[in-house]
Design a protein around this ligand. Sequence first.
Ligand code: NG6
Ligand code: CA
Length: 509
Amino acid sequence: MIKKLLTPSIFFLSTVVFAQGQKKKQSEELLKAPNVIIIYVDDLGYGDLSSYGATKIHTPNIDKLASQGIRFTNAHSSSATSTPSRYAMMTGVYPWRKGAAVLPGDAALIVPTDRITLPGLFKKAGYETGIVGKWHLGLGEELEKNWNTDIKPGPNEVGFNYSFIFPATADRVPTVFMENGRVLALDEKDPMLVDYTKKVGNDPTGEEHPELLKMKASPNHGHNQTIINGIGRIGYMSGGNRARWVDEEVPLTFLYKAKQFINDHKSKPFFLYYALTEPHVPRMPSTIFKGKSQLGYRGDVILQLDWTVGEIMKQLDEYKLAENTIIIFSSDNGPVLNDGYEDEAVEKLNGHNPAGIYRGGKYSAFEGGTRVPFILHWAKAVKPGVSAALICQMDLLASFSSFLNEPIAKGQASDSENVLNALLGKSNSGRTVLVQQGGPLSIVKGDWKYILPSKGPSLNRLTQIETGNSPHPQLYNLKTDPSETTNLAEKNPAKVKELSSLLESVKNR
Ligand code: NG6
Ligand code: CA
C-alpha cells in the first residue's frame, strides 16, 4: 500500500523537479535568445539606398546594417502594394488566395485570429511582442465601427502583446494613433466619425477648398477628401480633433514608442515589428529634414527614415543589446513617385533611380514591384555578406518557426518556406519558386520569370508606372536580362508552358 502510494508520488515529485528543471533551462535559454526587430518601411525601392547603388542619396545608418550584415539582392515582398505584402508576412499565406487588396481606413480585420501569425509565433516562444507603426490590415469585425471605444479584434488579437499603430495609410482617414485597440487622445465631447462613402461633419475637403491645402493633391488620384493638417486625404472624417496627428510628428512619435517598447523589454527577448510610414505619401518630413536631400520631400523622408534606423541602433548599443538582436530591414513594395500629391518627387528626382536597374515599381508585376531592399543584421552570429538567394518576406514565419523550434500546425502558413539557412548566411539558396503579385501574377523559377497574360492598361495612368499587364504571355530571363526588356515567350514556348502550369499548380495547392 505504502509502496503503491509512494511510487506515484515519487514519480510525481521527480516529474515536478524534472519539469521545473526543464522550465528553468527553457527560461535560461529564452534569456539568451536574440531579440528580433523587423524594420518595415513603406514604398522604398530597390535603388533607394546607397548600399543598393543609389548615388544621389546617402543612407549611412542603413548602409552600416548592410555592410555588417547580409544584404540580399533577390528578396521580395509578396506583392507590389501594402496590405497584401503585410498579410503575407503576418500569415505565411499568399494574399491573392484570400483576395487581400489595399484596404480603406475603416476596413475590418483580415488576419484570422485563430491561425498562427508571425508575432503569434514569437509570443508562443515566450517573447514579448509589439508593433509600432503602420498596420493596414483592418480593425474590428465590421466595416461600420465606433471609433470612440475599444476596437477589437486588431493587432493585439493576432499575436501582439502591445500595439501602437495607425490604422491604414498616412493618406487615409482616420489620421489617428491607436494604442492597444483604442484611439489615443479621444475626447468624448468631440466624437470621431469615419466614412468612405459620403462626407461626414463639416470639415472642409480638398475638393471644395483647395486654397486651404499646404500640399496640393495630384489631379484624379482622389486625395481630395477631408483636409487634415493642411493635407487632403482619402476618406471623410469628423470630430476627434485632439486625436488627429500632425504629419511632421508621425515618424518621431513612432520612433519614441519603438524606443519605449525596447526600453520596457530590454531584459527579456522581444519581437518588435516597427513599421515606418516613409516614404509613402503624403511625404511630410519633420521640419529639420525639410530640404535636406535636395530631391524634394521624397528624398527628405528617406533621409529621415535612415536617421530613425540610426536612433534605434544607438539605443540598442547603449543597452548593450546590439550584439544579440536580429534586425531585419525591408520594404512592403517597390517605389512610386507621384502617388497622389504634388510634392516634386518627379521634378526633383535629379537622375535618382528609385527601383535601381529594375523595371516598374509599386503596383507593377515587373521586378521593381516586389524586389526590395532586405538586410539581416545579427552581430553575434551572422557574418557580413551579400546573398542572391531568392527569399520572400512571407518566409519569415516558417524560418523563425525553425529557428525558435516552435512548430507550425499542419495546414497553416502553408506558403511560407523555411529559408533560415539563407537568412543566416549558411546557404546561398533560398526558395526555388516564388509567385509574385503586381497587377497580374507572375512566377519565378531559377533564372526565368513568367508573367500571366492579363487585361488592363500596360501603364498606370496616375503613377506613370508600367503595370506588367499584357494580353500576351511574357517570359524574361532575369539572369541575362534583369531589367525585363526582352520578352522571350514566343521563342521559348516550352518554358512558358512549364511555368504557366507550375503557376496553376501553386494556385490550386
Ligand atoms: C492607392 C492610392 C495611393 C496609395 C495606395 C496604397 C489612389 C489613386 N491611390 O489606391 O495613393 O494610398 O493606394 O499604398 O487612391 S500602399 O503602399 O499602402 O499600398
Ligand atoms: Ca507600401
